[in-house]
Design a protein around this ligand. Structure first.
Ligand SMILES: C[S@@+](CC[C@H](N)C(=O)[O-])C[C@H]1O[C@@H](n2cnc3c(N)ncnc32)[C@H](O)[C@@H]1O
Length: 304
């Protein structure tokens, strides 16, 4: 599905909820059971005020499946636990995937002006490996990892001798596919600086006319994987440690208990001195003491 289609699908669903014209009604018991399930499966909390949103987003599933009502949908969901196709579709429908290229631009500036120069000089002194590992946890449709990949590939000091890998993961299989495809509309790329656009994108032809395709060299820097952040253990090699973790605008949907546990686990996967970037409305204050706050929702794991 094209990015534009995914957007209009969600906009359509959200629009209908705003107008209060969803086709199917969620009874109290069904809302309780679906929101408990969504929480258990994804960590996403759905307060009472998200009821209309859930109703609108899942109404489309009920309609697509040709079911008479939410009672039948709940029955199907029960039968498909824990990992049937409809469980995946339900998760894809309830996630919120808003993202954009160079969102919260100061994070990319910080990597460019602080993290990369420090790593390259440490390696030049023989005090560190020429290796950079990044994890974008909750990458949505890919704009965030592609933005960072552009910044890294632009940083000349990390030359051919460097082993650079970005892991980009999400629980939503639809957005992950769009991220892998790397095809964006003109609207999407409006926040990409022109010289980056020239160097890292191709203008689409034929069915992709008017669209922009990420060049293979940039795409090859990133491994896109389906990872539920709640899964324990994560499907990562025991030897996988990261220098940078971006987990931005993901934990706003989680409660404090889930956040606490997640940040503890990120800390254990970061190299000493590694950086954690979270969203502008998120904080580790009162949640995790495993990091030093640098400012601007950037945190560092202590070196010792
Ligand atoms: C609002 S988007 C943020 C995208 C990007 N990080 C940014 O800041 O622009 C949040 C993403 O987190 C993902 N997400 C939510 N719960 C998750 C979970 N339990 N495991 C992995 N990803 C999850 C959603 O599917 C969604 O794509």
């Amino acid at each position: 599905m094209a990015l534009a289609d995914l957007r209009s699908r969600k906009a359509e669903l959200l629009g209908s909820s705003t107008l209060g014209v969803t086709e199917y009604r969620l009874a109290d018991r069904e809302f309780e059971s679906l929101r408990t399930l969504v929480y258990d499966l994804t960590g996403i909390t759905l307060a009472e005020n998200k009821r209309t949103m859930l109703e609108a987003r899942l109404s489309r599933r009920v309609r697509t499946l040709g079911l008479p009502d939410f009672a039948a949908y709940c029955k199907l969901i029960d039968a498909q636990m824990p990992d049937g196709a409809e469980i995946r579709n339900m998760i894809n429908a309830v996630t919120t995937n808003k993202t954009e290229f160079f969102r919260e631009r100061h994070h990319f500036e910080f990597v460019k002006t602080n993290v990369l120069p420090k790593m390259s000089s440490t390696a030049a002194l023989g005090l560190g490996a020429r290796k950079l590992r990044v994890w974008h946890a909750g990458c949505s449709t890919g704009q965030e990892p592609y933005s960072l990949a552009m910044v890294i590939s632009d940083f000349q000091a990390l030359g051919p001798g460097w082993d650079v890998k970005l892991l980009a993961s999400d629980i939503d299989t639809n957005v992950l596919q769009l991220a892998r495809d790397g095809v964006y509309r003109a609207d999407d790329i409006s926040s990409v600086p022109p010289d980056f656009l020239r160097r890292h994108f191709l203008r689409g032809k034929g069915e992709n006319d008017g669209k922009y395709l990420v060049k293979p060299a940039l795409r090859e820097m990133i491994a896109f994987r389906h990872i539920n952040l709640l899964d324990d253990p994560w499907p990562l090699k025991p030897t996988s440690y990261f220098d940078i973790v971006f987990c931005r605008n993901v934990v706003i949907y989680f409660d404090k208990t889930t956040q606490r546990r997640l940040f503890q686990r990120f800390a254990s996967r970061l190299n000493p001195g590694g950086y954690l970037f979270i969203g502008h409305s998120e904080t580790l204050h009162g949640i995790s003491e495993a990091f030093i706050p640098i400012g601007g929702t950037i945190y560092q794991k202590p070196v010792k």
